[in-house]
Write a protein of this length. Structure first.
Length: 248
């Protein structure tokens, strides 16, 4: 048990979730290392959502709402840290959810599928039962693509993605939105929109923004949404994110 009074309570709680995901068998050991790298960058940005990340979240939501076939891609880390939040975002934006694992095994896919179904999300894509396709140029188990999902998707949210896959997805003409605490990662540089924030904060913020747009009817206002997207520069946003790292 982690004491709530511990000064690093929130961070330890996330660490615990990641550790349990490994023990439960749906997170690869390298997923724990990836989490450690994320923690470092989160520490450096002050473990809170910056104004810069908020702008990226707005552009991301606008892009998803303008999409024909938006897909939220989930891996072990995202499931461990933000499964309920991903389901809420999918509901708020009419997106599909697809499993995509860097180290895909039938067991990991099965556990994640079950976790989503237990929460009432039945139509999870990228499962073992499906006839999976492969995204061009990446003929490896991590390039699996659901025919209804990432194969067809025009916009994909890829939290904690690997640089190689992000590059291939962009080459295949998709708009890629990543959530990555490291503004220097290849994924962040490759993506169309890079949200430099922790997945546990960014996903609920995106849902909040989507719901606000809905309440004011702006979710259907293409001109309003296109304006947000056109006024966003990922290059500038990444520079600003880097500047928010304060080395004292
Ligand atoms: P790339 O291949 O893009 O250069 P990488 O090889 O450095 O990245 P990976 O291990 O492929 O990194 O992916 C993990 C990425 O996810 C890291 O950049 C890390 O900062 C980020 N990350 C880890 N935990 C979180 C989190 N909770 N929220 C957001 N990002 C995270
Ligand atoms: Mg990588």
């Amino acid at each position: 048990m982690i004491s709530k009074t511990h000064p690093r309570y929130q961070s330890l709680l996330l660490r615990d979730k990641v550790k349990n995901a490994f023990k439960e068998g749906y997170l690869a050991d390298t997923g724990m290392i990836a989490h450690g790298r994320g923690e470092t960058f989160d520490y450096l940005i002050g473990e809170k959502t910056t104004e810069t990340a908020k702008k990226a979240c707005e552009a991301a939501v606008a892009t998803i709402l303008l999409a024909e076939n938006p897909v939220l891609s989930v891996n072990g880390n995202t499931t461990a840290l933000a499964i309920d939040e991903i389901i809420e975002l999918a509901k708020a934006t009419d997106s599909k959810i697809e499993i995509n694992l860097f180290y895909r095994t039938p067991e990991r896919v099965e556990i994640i599928t079950r976790m989503f179904k237990e929460r009432g999300w039945e139509d999870i894509l990228g499962t073992n039962e499906e006839e999976l396709a492969y995204i061009d140029n990446l003929n490896s188990p991590r390039a699996t693509a659901s025919r209804e999902g990432s194969y067809m998707a025009d916009v994909m949210l890829v939290p904690l993605e690997d640089g190689d896959r992000a590059e291939v997805l962009v080459q295949n003409g998709k708009k890629i939105i990543c959530i990555d605490l490291n503004p220097l990662s290849r994924t962040a540089k490759m993506s169309t929109i890079s949200i430099v924030d922790n997945v546990v904060r960014a996903v609920p913020l995106m849902t909040k923004i989507a719901n606000e747009f809905k309440e004011s009817g702006k979710d259907k206002d293409r001109e309003f949404l296109e304006n947000i997207v056109n006024n966003f520069s990922n290059e500038q946003n990444l520079k600003d994110s880097l500047a928010s790292i304060k080395l004292k």
